[in-house]
Design a protein around this ligand. Structure first.
Ligand code: 2BA
Length: 107
């Protein structure tokens, strides 16, 4: 058993979660916030048998899209340096972590 953690955009969350559940995966959705932009995003958790990890990742990647997002002018980029002009970063499609699970129980 593995735990997949995937950070995705709010705008992709519905399609990603729908596709995962239609393919038999159980998903938990968490409301999270990116530490750099301080904008809301979504983190999904999936407990997955090892032989289905790649299939879940493919579904997530397929439905997560890259977006350009403006960096807020009050974001400190480095030592007391703040952007003076509007700047953008490319966000996503998704950031995925796959963790080993020692034990999985449902009661
Ligand atoms: P944020 O931390 O708000 O980052 C949003 C985007 O800003 C990032 O997109 C990246 O393009 C840029 N960015 C982040 N940190 C930066 C920095 N120190 N300097 C310059 N640019 C920076 P993504 O890489 O696609 O990340 C999207 C979201 O995924 C992140 O939102 C964060 O919530 C999460 N994330 C990404 N990598 C992570 C990691 N290694 N550990 C934990 N969370 C991560």
């Amino acid at each position: 058993m593995k735990l997949i953690l995937s950070i995705i955009s709010h705008d992709d969350a519905k399609a990603v979660i729908q596709a995962l559940t239609q393919n038999g995966f159980s998903v938990t959705k968490l409301a999270t916030t990116g530490g750099f932009l301080m904008f809301g995003n979504v983190t999904i958790l999936l407990g997955v048998d090892e032989d289905r990890v790649q299939s879940a990742i493919d579904i997530i990647k397929d439905r997560s899209h890259q977006r350009k997002q403006a960096i807020p002018l009050n974001t400190e980029l480095e030592n007391h340096y703040y952007p003076h002009l509007p700047m953008e970063v490319v966000v996503g499609g998704t950031t995925i972590f796959v963790l080993n699970i020692e034990k999985f129980e449902r009661a």
